[in-house]
Design a protein around this ligand. Structure first.
Ligand SMILES: Cc1ncc(COP(=O)(O)O)c(C=O)c1O
Length: 435
């Protein structure tokens, strides 16, 4: 066959043109909804003052109601991103100087920076190599008398081991904030991911399964936490006197979602199940077909849970495959497919803010050296060995299960993988020459 030779080694690629992985799911429904808002003239209906408009306008409230209904929770509080919603969660729980919060190092940077934003300390616990989510065994080891919360990240489309994490949280009387930015609609038993912990946070940013450009939603069944989140979202300090609230201690800001974004998000939420079903179907085909290749181990779907495949994650075992991850990824990319090596390229704690422990100005190490903390914190190499191994050598991510790609694209991707394994000896020689 003409294209038996790998494109990486001078042959013809399987795809002449790259695929579009992030097609917008905006349609006539979103256009109609936005048009209605614009014609109505009220693009945002929040007022930072006690009264009806403290909680936002018609579409914001409708979106929150729709999240409550869909995810079976008592409260939903919209924010202008998942990052600000995560910060809202930290602040709502009253986490601050001297406190520690446990997070995984494989996540978007904001899962950890929102902790620093409230002058608390992120403590990194390792991930599980089968699911890439927080490992409860390491969480237990990282608990201290300062731990106030655990933030599991429901990564790539499935929930972390929330049963294990909730058990630890109950035992130590600490809170759980689920970062569910990547897993809307995934299930854990009968519950939705994001609704098992005390607070869950969803993202509506452009790259997520459903979106409104930028946006986030915090969900909780706790009345007080919902109220605190609403205060953080909209300059809450201004209303405490009016509400005769002498107990609440927090500072608010402007984390408000506009009516335009809310109107889009309402329509997008209606499309979530369709978009998830699409991904799950393609992922099922991919998992089946990957079985015949040694060294490509798809993310394990935890028992009693569902995975909605925001990303399709594979653990690459170079000993079984016979070549290094980089060689494999280069070969697949040369065939025309997108393939990510690692999630954030290195553990979050390797970033300069943790290495230098400086975030405000040079010479000032707050909050790491805050007198309220009074402990020394180290973010050295080896802190989370599984995460480091996944980032450096093993994790692969493909967006091939994304709507509107089809089973045909899955099969083309598999033919690229087959081509790599058919040429494994040539690739070993290629690696040797480059060493
Ligand atoms: C796991 C995770 N947490 C938080 C965020 C932040 O979301 P947003 O962009 O809505 O602030 C993201 C977004 O990429 C994410 O993937």
């Amino acid at each position: 066959m003409a294209n038996k030779k790998l494109a990486l080694l001078g042959g013809k690629p399987i795809l002449k043109k790259g695929l579009t992985y992030f097609k917008s799911s905006m349609g006539k429904e979103e256009i109609a909804a936005v048009t209605k808002v614009i014609k109505g003239g009220v693009l945002s209906d929040f007022v930072g003052r006690a009264g009806e408009k403290f909680l936002g306008g018609k579409y914001v409230k409708e979106l929150e109601k729709a999240y409550c209904k869909k995810f079976k929770v008592k409260h939903a509080v919209s924010f202008n991103s998942a990052t600000t919603a995560l910060h809202g969660a930290i602040a709502a729980l009253g986490i601050g100087p001297g406190d520690e919060v446990i997070v995984p190092p494989m996540t978007m940077t904001s899962t950890a920076t929102v902790i620093l934003q409230n002058n608390a300390i992120p403590i990194f616990a390792d991930i599980d190599e089968d699911t890439f989510c927080l490992d409860p065994k390491d969480v237990e080891k990282k608990i201290s008398d300062r731990t106030r919360a655990i933030m599991p990240v429901n990564l790539f489309g499935q929930a972390a081991d929330l049963d294990g994490i909730m058990k630890i949280a109950k035992k130590h009387n600490i809170k759980v904030i689920e970062d569910n930015a990547q897993s809307p609609g995934a299930k854990v038993g009968k519950k939705f991911a994001g609704t098992v912990g005390d607070i869950g946070v969803f993202s509506l940013n452009f790259h997520k399964v459903i979106h409104c450009g930028e946006g986030g939603v915090l969900v909780t069944n706790d009345d007080k936490l919902a109220f605190h989140a609403q205060l953080v979202r909209n300059h809450g300090e201004i209303v405490l006197d009016d509400l005769k609230d002498n107990d609440t201690v927090l500072i608010g800001t402007n984390y408000r979602l506009t009516e335009v974004q809310a109107a889009i998000a309402i329509e997008q939420l209606k499309k979530l199940d369709f978009l998830n079903r699409w991904r799950v179907k393609l992922a099922g085909r991919l998992t089946n077909k990957l079985k015949r290749f040694r060294g490509l181990i798809p993310a394990k779907v935890r028992e009693n849970s569902t995975h909605v495949y925001y990303q399709y994650a594979i653990r690459f075992d170079e000993n079984l495959a016979g070549i290094k991850r980089k060689t494999f990824a280069d070969a697949i990319k040369a065939e025309g497919f997108s393939l990510g090596e690692g999630a954030v390229k290195k553990p979050l704690y390797a970033l300069p803010i943790y290495q230098r422990q400086t975030i405000y100005k040079k010479g000032v190490k707050c909050p790491f050296s805050c007198p309220y903390y009074g402990k020394e914190i180290k973010y050295g190499k080896g802190l989370c060995p599984v995460d480091e191994r996944m980032e450096e050598k093993e994790l692969l991510l493909t967006p091939i299960c994304t709507w509107p790609l089809t089973e045909k694209h899955i099969d083309l991707f598999i033919s690229a993988v087959q081509k790599v394994f058919d040429n494994i000896e040539e690739l070993k020689a290629y690696e040797k020459n480059r060493a």
